[in-house]
Design a protein around this ligand. Structure first.
Ligand code: UDP
Length: 490
């Protein structure tokens, strides 16, 4: 999952500079030039490009749609956070027996204490999951503390570099970098107390805390949320001896793991069906959001929600839409965020606008980070959801689409094939043409699309809900505390 902590701005700017340099190099090879923004601030202070008015060619669309497509009504204020749900609130979704099973498993663990440590309290998928999971564990009377490691910009620059290197990027791992990583881990280790029964350390940033293991009686788990299938060898060689001191490791997909001397468990990422992003919405609200953005609900809507990032291939989605549009009337919604404070996002957004040209049926939305309800409504208003990524982590937008019972067309990369069983819970694609073909097929075979949506929802319910994740934690805790062996029935 992407690091989204504002404190990482320095590192992000560095990355963006590199991205710009790469783009300039590519452009130079292609005989073009790329303007360099004066500074990251200059870009972020500028008006978000999507809010600039687009020019549309003549169309029969009623004037109010055109007006909203030129100037979508995007909320400018962050709403107050909703109260976290209680366990009982999930009964209506997963059923009472499933809830009883969770309570039964938790009964054995009552009073056992857990500490979870990660590197950010806000922003990013890990913090989002912990925000929901930890109150539920506490409600089950498993006292769970969440601690966040601290560090200077130098530390977060190093961890951001590690993050990219572990995803296969180039990296120059110097002794100074190793020292910075170890020094901040040591500083945090000295500051923290380790008195709990179970320690769950998330991702590489705080991995060094395991040095305290020999002084504790608890069990130590390393929860890896990133894809380690193709890591930078030097960075992995540096981290591996730390990881192998843990009692167990957890990965998000079979393809993301590495050979390790400790047991490995598979925990899929999860979504919360009661969060603003995923909860049921009144039809009037969905209509209002469509109204605000100029979406015509009487015609098919194809949607991709994702950051404006080339690896999400938004321009490929526009090309696929154009192929579909030759045969079928439809609209394309490309909604994303982060393009205002990320210079590279702004560049990609401009590429998307250029690719969309003057077609009024391509609706481009640059949304602020507090748009969970709007994204939920957009997904619900969609006829087909697309996630045509070229590279992906797990792909939570796919999970969100499946949960909303939508036919999903997605690139066969990263964790997406775990979620999409081809032609059963969605369709996998490998090219623009394939994507266009599948969208056309779904738009012209609504019964098949509806059945696939139903299957997708069941698949998400079985595997990717936070309640499933909670159950896995309870089982793993029992195994590690010696209450159950993996092959025993509990
Ligand atoms: N998302 C969002 N606003 C946006 C774009 C995406 O809130 O403008 C959400 C999206 O709904 C999903 C998450 O961000 O929950 C993206 O997760 P995913 O695994 O699909 O991709 P990542 O951005 O982590 O690569």
């Amino acid at each position: 999952m992407k690091e989204k902590n504002p404190e990482r701005k320095v590192a992000r700017e560095e990355d963006s500079k590199q991205a710009l340099e790469q783009k300039q190099e590519q452009a130079a090879r292609a005989g073009a030039t790329v303007e360099e923004p004066e500074s990251a601030e200059a870009v972020s202070a500028a008006e978000p490009p999507a809010s600039k008015e687009r020019r549309f060619r003549q169309t029969d669309l009623p004037a109010h749609f055109i007006e909203r497509r030129r100037r979508p009504r995007i909320s400018t204020e962050q709403p107050p956070p909703a109260a976290p749900p209680r366990l009982d609130d999930y009964a209506a979704i997963i059923g009472q027996p499933e809830l009883d099973e969770i309570r039964f498993l938790a009964r054995h663990l009552r009073g056992k204490t857990v500490k979870m440590v990660n590197s950010t309290a806000v922003g990013g998928g890990v913090a989002e999951i912990l925000n929901r999971l930890i109150p539920l564990m506490n409600e089950l009377e498993i006292p769970t503390r969440w601690e966040v490691i601290t560090g200077g910009n130098d530390f977060f620059e190093v961890t951001k570099g590690f993050h990219n290197a572990l995803h296969g990027g180039d990296y120059n791992l110097t002794q100074q970098i190793r020292d910075i990583f170890m020094a901040y881990n040591e500083q945090n280790r000295q500051r923290m107390e380790f008195t709990e029964d179970l320690f769950v350390i998330h991702d590489p940033q705080p991995a060094g805390l395991v040095a305290s293991k020999t002084q504790t009686r608890g069990r130590w788990i390393w929860r890896c949320h990133i894809d380690l299938s193709n890591p930078h060898q030097g960075v992995w060689d540096f981290l591996k001896p730390m990881i192998e001191q843990y009692d167990a490791s957890i990965f998000s997909a079979p393809a993301f793991t590495r050979q390790l001397s400790i047991p490995q468990y598979l925990f899929y990422p999860s979504i919360d069906p009661l969060s603003e992003k995923n909860r049921e919405l009144p039809e009037e609200y969905v209509n209002k959001v469509c109204d605000d953005f100029g979406i015509d609900r009487s015609r098919p809507v194809i949607t991709q929600i994702s950051r404006f990032d080339r690896l999400k291939d938004p321009v490929g989605v526009i090309e696929a839409y154009k192929l579909v549009k030759k045969y079928l009337d439809c609209q394309l919604v490309l909604a994303g965020g982060g393009a205002t404070d990320d210079p590279e996002g702004a560049v990609v957004l401009q590429e998307v606008m250029d690719a969309a040209g003057d077609d009024p049926d391509v609706i481009i939305l640059n949304l602020p980070p507090w748009s969970a309800l709007e994204i939920n409504a957009l997904q619900r208003a969609s006829t087909v959801i697309v996630q045509k990524s070229l590279k992906e982590g797990f792909g939570l937008t796919v999970t969100e689409g499946l949960w909303k019972q939508k036919p999903v067309v997605a690139g066969a990369v990263g964790g997406i094939p775990t979620q999409i069983i081809h032609k059963l819970t969605g369709v996998l694609v490998h090219s623009v043409e394939g994507c266009a073909y599948q969208i056309r097929y779904l738009l012209t075979h609504p019964e098949f699309a509806a059945q696939m949506g139903k299957n997708g929802r069941e698949h998400a319910k079985e595997n990717f809900l936070i309640t499933v994740n909670l159950k896995r934690w309870l089982l793993l805790f029992q195994i590690l505390l010696g209450m159950a062996r993996p092959n025993d029935t509990i």
